[in-house]
Design a protein. Structure first.
Length: 135
C-alpha cells in the first residue's frame, strides 16, 4: 500500500520517521522494549488489516538529502532503504536478512509510505515511513 501527495521541494535534507511495526492477535509484547500502538496511531491501516494489536518494534529518525539514498537497520533482521536519487520520487525498499523483500515508489511529499507482509501465520510486519513524527 502506498499513499502519495504533493512533491517535496528544497535542497535541505528530508527528515523521515521510520517505524518497524508488528501486527498480531497476541496481547504479549513480541520483543523486549516493544510499545503497543493506540488505535489512533494505527488508524490508517487498522481498518485494512485484521490484527488485534500493533506493536512498535523500533522508531528511527532519518535524514536523506535529495539525490541520495540511505539504508537503516531497524532490528537485527530488517533494514529499509529510502532512495531520493530520482527527482520528484521516493523509493522505499525493505530487506529481511539482507534480501530485498518489498519495494514501493511514490511522488515525494508529506504522505506516509507503508509496506509490509506476513511474518508468520500469527503476525505481520509493517514499515511505516512518515514525514511527521508518530503521535
Amino acid at each position: 500500500m502506498v499513499v502519495v501527495s504533493l512533491a517535496e521541494t528544497g535542497n535541505e535534507p528530508n527528515k523521515y520517521y521510520v517505524q518497524l511495526i508488528r501486527g498480531t492477535d497476541d496481547n504479549k509484547a513480541p520483543e523486549p522494549n516493544s510499545k503497543p500502538l493506540s488505535p489512533q496511531q494505527t488508524g490508517s491501516f487498522r481498518s485494512v488489516f485484521k490484527w488485534k494489536t500493533y506493536w512498535q518494534i523500533s522508531l528511527q529518525q532519518v535524514e536523506v538529502a535529495a539525490g541520495h539514498s540511505t539504508r537503516v537497520r531497524l532490528n537485527p533482521d530488517r533494514e529499509v532503504e529510502i532512495d531520493l536519487t530520482r527527482a520528484e520520487q521516493r523509493s522505499v525498499r525493505a530487506f529481511h536478512r539482507g534480501k530485498l523483500v518489498q519495494c514501493a515508489s511514490c511522488p515525494r511529499g508529506e504522505a506516509r509510505t507503508l509496506i509490509g507482509g506476513d511474518r508468520d501465520t500469527n503476525s505481520a510486519w509493517f514499515i511505516v515511513i512518515d514525514r511527521k513524527p508518530p503521535s
